[in-house]
Design a protein around this ligand. Structure first.
Ligand SMILES: C[S@@+](CC[C@H](N)C(=O)[O-])C[C@H]1O[C@@H](n2cnc3c(N)ncnc32)[C@H](O)[C@@H]1O
Length: 299
């Protein structure tokens, strides 16, 4: 099947192919083994469904979201050609709206809950109306209603120049929450140092965004009774020259817990995760190396 000539049509590239085929696939394979049953997928696969097809041995049913009519139509054809039609449940519209309103443009609903979520979208994380963070949060809440652990993959564009105010507020909060967990005030200066390193306008935004996203995923997950394990973000050159950033995070539901969960991964470990840089043949040394916080392990 040939790619349609659409401005909006998504084309993969070798770095993304590497992540899908090797990095993500290895993690999904382990996740499938841990859950002990085939995974139900929820995501934005585009009409070629390269992710669904690459991971299909781990997936039994999949819900797709697409906002482009042509892409949606081609997706049905592709599902037919690949003989996976019966496993396809498709929603049409903007994913933020679908998550927030619980329905797509035609009133169809997601089939909650899911074991694997792959939100791979155009655009960044923060817009003026904060609809994207609200939508992601809603997804986590929905999973919690069903007490369902899931692997959450997020890929977005690394272009958040418009969110400086948001991020500087976030960094102040991060400094405060770290310090409140560290009773020995003599250890507070390294926290201030790392916060001001991130605040520095010359620091590449990928470093800030890594910390920012991982921190929020953990915060939202813990509030909904998930033990959250983040990984280093992966940056890679996307199709059309824009840089992308990719997060793969474990959300393990903790049954019978009425209070907020404290994840096994500490906040310090999360801060020190840093980021990786991928190319077509694998990971390459990155220029974006952040300082590490070296304080005894604390929660
Ligand atoms: C980057 S592609 C997905 C690639 C696929 N996951 C892979 O591994 O090859 C994103 C797809 O989702 C659609 N899409 C992007 N942003 C969307 C949004 N906000 N709501 C609904 N669909 C969206 C695009 O039209 C495109 O088909």
């Amino acid at each position: 099947m040939r790619s349609p000539k659409l401005d909006t049509s998504f084309d993969s590239n070798p770095s993304k192919d590497f992540l899908r085929r090797e990095y993500d696939k290895a993690i999904i394979s382990q996740w499938r083994a841990e859950l002990g049953k085939p995974l139900k997928y929820f995501g934005l696969p585009a009409w070629k469904m390269l992710d669904v097809i690459e991971w299909q041995q781990f997936i039994d049913r999949f819900t797709t979201i697409e906002r482009e009519e042509n892409e949606q139509h081609l997706m049905f054809l592709k599902a037919n050609v690949e003989n996976v039609e019966e496993r396809l449940h498709s929603l049409y519209g903007e994913f933020d709206h679908i998550l927030l309103n619980g329905r797509d443009t035609f009133g169809h609903t997601p089939e909650w809950p899911y074991g694997l979520v792959n939100l791979d979208y155009f655009g960044g994380f923060i817009y003026a109306d904060l609809s994207r963070p609200k939508a992601l949060r809603k997804l986590i809440e929905n999973q919690a209603i069903y007490e369902q652990s899931f692997l959450f993959i997020i890929t977005q564009q690394l272009r958040d120049g418009d969110t400086k105010k948001e991020k500087s507020g976030f960094l102040k909060d991060l400094g405060r929450s770290l310090k409140s967990g560290i009773l020995d005030t003599a250890l507070h200066p390294p926290v201030d140092e790392i916060v001001s390193w991130y605040e520095d306008a010359d620091i590449p935004d990928c470093a800030r965004q890594t910390l920012y996203m991982n921190y929020f995923l953990r915060d939202w997950g813990e509030a909904e009774h998930f033990d959250v394990a983040c990984r280093p973000a992966v940056i890679y050159p996307g199709t059309g020259g824009s840089w992308m950033i990719h997060f793969v995070t474990d959300f393990r539901f903790q049954s019978g817990v009425g209070h907020r969960v404290a994840s096994n991964q500490s906040l310090l470990e999360l801060i020190n995760l840093g980021l990786l840089e991928a190319r077509e043949k694998g990971f390459v040394p990155t220029r974006f190396v952040q300082p590490k916080l070296s304080i005894r392990k604390q929660k």
